[in-house]
Structure formats: structure tokens, C-alpha cells
Design a protein around this ligand. Structure first.
Ligand code: PRP
Length: 192
């Protein structure tokens, strides 16, 4: 039987319009700041925006189009969880194509949760000697943090300990293509 993707959703937490508005705000703020001081590359090379696959893809695609200055982008893929529910080894599955020594770098994430993934990424990328290294995440769950990590730009703080899907976030790899962020029906969590 055919099923619509939204059939599995109990409620929308952040709607598509609210996401679009916030992405435009973040794009303007980041553009303003990099034009007036955040950029540190002595050679003046464009900002490198680094999307963390797979979750950051929709946010990153919208965010870079809301940024009004020359930039480059690339992607990294990491596996952050050992068994799907608790933090495990953080491994790099796909690395950057270029060196970042002396360059301005902005990491783009869909969500910062325990902070383990970001901590690992920041340590690894800092060691390569970028001129500056900042972080932008669509969603932040600060109350879930197990390690302290600096986050420079946050789209939305999730007020409760919600498990959300959509706009890049998955449950068992599904629901990433929802245009909003929402909560699954309990029966769909069991089914999937
Ligand atoms: C998610 C998210 C972050 C990480 C955050 O990735 O994209 O990278 O978890 O969690 P943490 O702060 O507890 O480390 P996930 O490993 O689910 O991969 P995905 O982006 O491919 O969905």
C-alpha cells in the first residue's frame, strides 16, 4: 500500500516557513560577520563551508544560498554512533578534498546533541591549522551535551528532549526529505 511520508508524523515542531525565515537570518548574519571581521585568511581566500553528511545536506543547500559573498563548499562524512542510540567511535568516512591550512572554515551541522561528533571534527580540523574555524548548526540540544563544544550559530534550540526527524534528520535513514522538522508517531518508531 502506498504511504505518504507525512503519514508517520505526529506533529510538526518547526515548520518549513519558520526554517526558511531562520535560514535567511543566519545567512545574513554570517555574511555580515565574514564581511566585517570573522574572515582571517591572510591570503583572502573564500570561506570554505563544510557540510557534515548526511544530515546537513538540506540545511547546507539553503544556507549557502542565503549567504551573499564568495565562498567554496565541501563535505565530510562521519559515523558518530556505534549502535544507533549511544555515542560510540567517531570515524571519518569522507574527508575534505582540499587542505585548509590558513583558510577560514565554517562547519555546518544539522544538529548538535552530545557534542561528541563536533568535538572530534573540531579537534581534527583545528590540527590542520585553519585561519578560523566556526560552527553553524540548524538545531541544538544543549541539555544533552556530554562534552563542551563551541557553537557559533544556532538556528533553533530544541526546548525538550525530543527525537526529531526531517529537513535532513533521519530515523533509520528515512524522513530526511521532509521539508519541516517533526516528531514521529510512536507506532512508526516501532515499525521503522
Ligand atoms: C548526527 C548529526 C551530527 C551528530 C550529532 O549525525 O548530523 O553529526 O549526529 O550528534 P552528537 O552531538 O551526539 O555527536 P548521524 O551520525 O546521525 O549521521 P547523519 O548525519 O548521516 O544522520
Amino acid at each position: 500500500m502506498e504511504r505518504a511520508l507525512t503519514d508517520g508524523i505526529e506533529r510538526v515542531v518547526i515548520g518549513a516557513e519558520a526554517i526558511a525565515r531562520r535560514v535567511r537570518e543566519l545567512g545574513s548574519q554570517i555574511s555580515e560577520e565574514y564581511r566585517t571581521g570573522a574572515a582571517k585568511d591572510p591570503r583572502g581566500r573564500p570561506l570554505l563551508v563544510v557540510g557534515i553528511l548526511k544530515g546537513a545536506m538540506p540545511f547546507m543547500a539553503d544556507l549557502v544560498r542565503a549567504m551573499d559573498f564568495p565562498l567554496e563548499y565541501d563535505f565530510m562524512a562521519v559515523s558518530s554512533y556505534g549502535n544507533g542510540t549511544s555515542p560510540g567511535e567517531v570515524r571519518i568516512l569522507k574527508d575534505l578534498d582540499c587542505a585548509i591550512g590558513g583558510r577560514d572554515v565554517l562547519i555546518v551541522e544539522d544538529i548538535v546533541d552530545t557534542g561528541h561528533t563536533l568535538q572530534h571534527l573540531l579537534a581534527g580540523l583545528s590540527a590542520r591549522g585553519p585561519a578560523s574555524l566556526r560552527v553553524c548548526t540548524l538545531l541544538d540540544k544543549p541539555h544533552r551535551r556530554e562534552v563542551e563544544v563551541p557553537v557559533d550559530y544556532v538556528g533553533f534550540v530544541l526546548p525538550e528532549n525530543l527525537f526529531v526527524v526531517g529537513y535532513g534528520l533521519d530515523y533509520a535513514e528515512v524522513y530526511r526529505n521532509l521539508p519541516f522538522v517533526g516528531v514521529l508517531k510512536p507506532e512508526c518508531v516501532r515499525e521503522a
